[in-house]
Design a protein around this ligand. Structure first.
Ligand code: FAD
Length: 290
């Protein structure tokens, strides 16, 4: 089986200690030659400066292609456009364009900012107008919780593709049948951009469960059972998590998937092991440059 193409997602660190951890993670994963690595934009635009700083550091200090996440939240078009131009000038040529959530969190009804971009599709179009960025967008194998039905959800993805998005990256999921059903819906709607599955290796079941509840992703009962009783046993948890993620990824590859986006949680161990199992090997030249 040919090794898949991979990308890695990080979040901007809050403290010096977290920055050290992130940097060690970047250096461990860089030799696997990901297609790109991305840095999230904090909920409500809260990490704007840290996202910009982190993504610029990746561009300046590593050979990796960096993508910056960007949301429409809490800023006017002019402010967002200034960030977009700043990215381009800093050598960041790829943006993950999102609507985002209100500062109070995903449960709060979304309202666009006065004078801001209304939707993620508008943001995609705005980015493409400014410069020939590569643009990725989100997709939801279990529907976005704000969408009234599947038709609305897939129409929204179609608008993002029509506005010029180059690929969609999915919210994490654990049931590959849901991903297959989603791909069928996307194809039936005539959307042709690649849909890349987002995979989250489970460092902490409680944390993933919390995220899943927030974003409307389901957790199969069998998955909960696999972590039962391991709350105080980090070593066994890690072995179990590696097995689960590898199982999911191999099954997706058997279904024709050839690229993955990994939510790293800024930690290298599980993602590195997973990539190794999937056939990726370190490129020593990249290692030397990182
Ligand atoms: P969209 O996909 O644009 O839309 C969300 C919902 O609104 C959909 O249900 C859609 O049907 C509905 N909708 C939108 N426009 C219309 C319209 N014109 N008419 C009718 N319905 C409409 N959040 C962050 O804060 N920072 C990040 O860095 C970040 N990175 C992410 C990366 C990935 C890969 C994913 C999957 C999600 C990420 N998120 C991030 C979460 C995301 O911001 C939230 O899920 C948010 O609630 C929706 O943003 P979106 O761009 O996915 O929304």
């Amino acid at each position: 089986m040919t090794a898949p193409t991979v990308s890695f997602e990080f979040f901007p660190p809050k403290t010096e200690k977290m920055e050290e951890t992130l940097w060690a993670t970047v250096q461990k994963l860089a030799p696997l030659s990901p297609e790109f690595v991305s840095v999230t934009y904090g909920a409500g635009g809260s990490t704007r400066e840290r996202t910009i700083r982190t993504v610029k550091r990746i561009v300046e200090e590593t050979p990796l292609k960096a993508a910056a996440h960007l949301t429409c939240v809490g800023a006017t078009r002019d402010e967002v456009n200034a960030v977009i131009r700043d990215f381009w000038d800093a050598g960041v040529k790829h943006i993950v364009a999102l609507r985002g959530d209100m500062p109070d969190g995903p449960g709060t009804a979304y309202k666009s900012h006065p004078g801001g971009y209304d939707t993620s599709a508008d943001l995609v179009a705005g980015i493409k107008e400014i410069a020939p960025f590569e643009v990725s967008v989100s997709a939801y194998p279990e529907r976005h919780p704000d969408s009234a039905n599947w038709e609305e959800d897939i129409d929204n993805l179609a608008r993002k593709a029509d506005a010029g998005a180059d690929r969609a990256i999915t919210q994490f999921f654990f049931d590959n049948d849901l991903f297959d059903a989603f791909r069928e819906r996307v194809a039936a709607r005539g959307i042709t951009i690649p849909v890349v599955p987002g995979i989250v290796p489970i460092h902490s079941f409680a944390q993933v469960k919390r995220f899943a509840d927030m974003c409307g992703a389901s957790i199969p009962a069998t998955l909960a059972h696999r972590f039962e009783g391991l709350e105080d046993d980090a070593e066994t948890r890690r072995l179990v998590a590696a097995h689960i993620a590898a199982d999911q990824a191999f099954d997706l590859m058997n279904r024709g998937v050839d690229r993955f986006h990994f939510y790293t949680m800024n930690r290298a161990d599980l993602v590195f092991a997973l990539c190794h199992l999937l056939g990726l090997r370190a490129d020593d030249d990249v290692s030397a440059a990182a």
